[in-house]
Design a protein around this ligand. Structure first.
Ligand code: HEC
Ligand code: HEC
Length: 453
């Protein structure tokens, strides 16, 4: 069959898909073991569209959503796949794996260059049209991949952003309302439409998946629960009454929590390691458990702007809208700013917080607000416009969803743009940008806690 694509790839070198995803799967990650529980039993990959090649480039959903990476992909795993396939694994496709679909990938050196954002930070290109309420007045783009004949569709200008895959798991906590919003910017109104668009875009399918295929993908990803299940430092995460790991998660109801004690009528955002708070032994394993419990308490507390104020779905850490449960809320944490900016228009980023991140290699967009709001005329210089690309609302520039925090250890780097290489970078960023005043031992407790999610 002749496949018509604007930009041809080399079609060989696929990774082998396992025959089944068992009811319980456990894989090593940098902090111990990450695991997935499927309460309804094993899934045979040959009979579920999530694992099937529905498009024109050998990609499947599994190309970018894998269990050993908490159902996303880590930059380390991307590098392994690149170097073991000489860059031929279907992850490395021009359409959105390369910095731009017209990149030169004829030589191995050309591939290393073209796939550099994917290799270094696990970033995938996302092309979106600009809402009319935003005027693009400046663009510094090392890849020449915005608003030109390579990417524009007819007379519609397309702008390229580079984003991390989100985990395709733990959706039980995001589907309590059928009209929830998915993706970093909430552009997908349901998992069904997401599965449809992902097949057409990432897999370059000539036709949409059938409704049976859409349902298979959505029921697979909605039926899995994943989390860190074992810690190299603290050992079992289910001992001494702790409730880490995917089994406890799969019986966790959808509950909205709030920071303690300011929202004391609500439960604490996380309660996995409360029982470890009273341990007193001094052996290394007990000490690791005590640190994790302290980290959980810091996460839940109102120390300045608390983590649990935004990551408030109990024991999952994504954010819903309290006024409209089950609908994502979007926040600007300052991460999309292209340079140190005082928080005059939206949330800025301090130079100390910027130094905790690596935003090198990202294009920089300058936009003027034209939405008729009180922000009319404000100028923003950002590496990604976030939710505003969908809503057209200037207040949403640089706003993103607060994702599930489970399985973090398996899927570095962090944030929509992969700018935090480690969880220590994540916590340092928050400490510096939100002026939390955490001591270095509190920072370490918080990192140790995040590593067990
Ligand atoms: C080439 C890599 C790639 C492939 C292949 C891929 N995804 Fe993704 N996925 C991503 C990226 C990148 C994002 C985040 C993009 C954004 O938010 O703009 C994402 C986001 C998602 C989300 C949103 C999760 C949330 O919390 O909002 C779901 C669901 C998802 N993918 C499922 C799928 C399914 C189903 C397929 C197969 C049809 C698929 N993906 C194929 C890279 C990929
Ligand atoms: C104002 C709301 C808010 C607060 C406060 C907040 N977060 Fe976040 N968090 C978010 C949003 C939004 C994102 C996604 C941001 C992005 O990528 O642009 C995020 C992302 C993260 C991620 C990365 C997830 C991933 O998959 O890459 C981690 C880890 C995290 N937050 C932990 C914390 C911790 C720890 C604290 C407290 C020190 C905290 N957050 C405080 C809203 C918040």
């Amino acid at each position: 069959m002749q496949i018509h694509k604007r930009f041809p790839d080399t079609l060989f070198g696929s990774q082998t898909t396992p025959a089944a995803i068992p009811a319980f799967e456990s894989d090593p990650d940098p902090a111990g073991l990450v695991a997935t529980d499927q309460p309804a039993g094993a899934t045979l990959t040959a009979s579920n569209a999530f694992f099937q090649n529905l498009g024109a480039n050998q990609r499947t959903c599994f190309s970018c959503h894998q269990p050993q990476n908490g159902w996303a992909i880590s930059a380390a795993s991307v590098q392994q796949r690149f170097y073991s396939s000489l860059g031929n694994d279907p992850l490395f496709r021009l359409i959105d794996g390369a910095t731009c679909p017209n990149s030169t990938i004829e030589t191995y050196a050309g591939k290393i260059l073209s796939f550099r954002l994917l290799l270094t930070k696990g970033l995938i290109r996302v092309g979106l049209p600009l809402p009319s309420s935003l005027t693009m007045t400046g663009l510094v783009d090392p890849y020449q991949c915005s608003n030109n004949t390579t990417v524009n569709v007819g007379s519609t200008s397309i702008y390229s952003f580079y984003r991390r895959p989100l985990p395709s798991t733990n959706f039980f906590f995001q589907t309590s309302n059928p009209s929830n919003l998915f993706m970093w910017d909430g552009r997908e109104p349901s998992l069904i439409s997401q599965a449809n668009d992902a097949t057409l875009i990432h897999a370059q399918a000539p036709t949409a998946p059938t409704s049976t295929q859409q349902t298979q993908m959505v029921s697979f990803e909605s039926g899995i629960f994943s989390a860190q299940n074992f810690s190299s430092a603290a050992r079992s995460l289910q001992t001494q009454s702790a409730t880490g790991g995917p089994f406890a998660l799969s019986s966790q109801p959808f509950v909205q929590g709030g920071p303690q004690p300011s929202a004391a009528s609500l439960p604490a955002p996380f309660n996995l390691y409360t029982s470890w708070a009273t341990l007193t032994a001094t052996d290394p394993v007990s000490a690791a458990r005590e640190s994790i419990a302290r980290g959980e308490a810091i996460f839940n507390s109102t120390t300045a702007k608390s983590c649990g104020g935004c990551h408030n779905t109990v024991n999952n850490g994504n954010r819903d809208n309290a006024a409209n449960p089950g609908i994502q809320k979007f926040f600007n944490t300052g991460l999309a700013n292209a340079s140190a900016t005082p928080p005059s228009a939206g949330q800025g980023i301090t130079s100390a917080a910027l130094a905790d991140l690596d935003i090198s290699g990202l294009p920089v967009f300058t936009v003027t607000c034209n939405d008729g709001s009180n922000l009319q005329g404000s100028v923003y210089t950002v590496t990604d416009l976030g939710r505003a690309m969908i809503s057209g609302v200037c207040a949403d520039i640089g706003a993103f969803k607060a994702p599930s925090l489970r399985g973090l250890a398996a899927r570095a780097p962090y944030f929509h743009n992969g700018s935090a290489a480690t969880l220590l970078n994540v916590v340092n960023f928050y400490n510096d940008n939100f002026n939390l005043g955490l001591t270095s031992s509190q920072v370490q407790d918080l990192v140790n806690f995040l590593n067990t999610l």
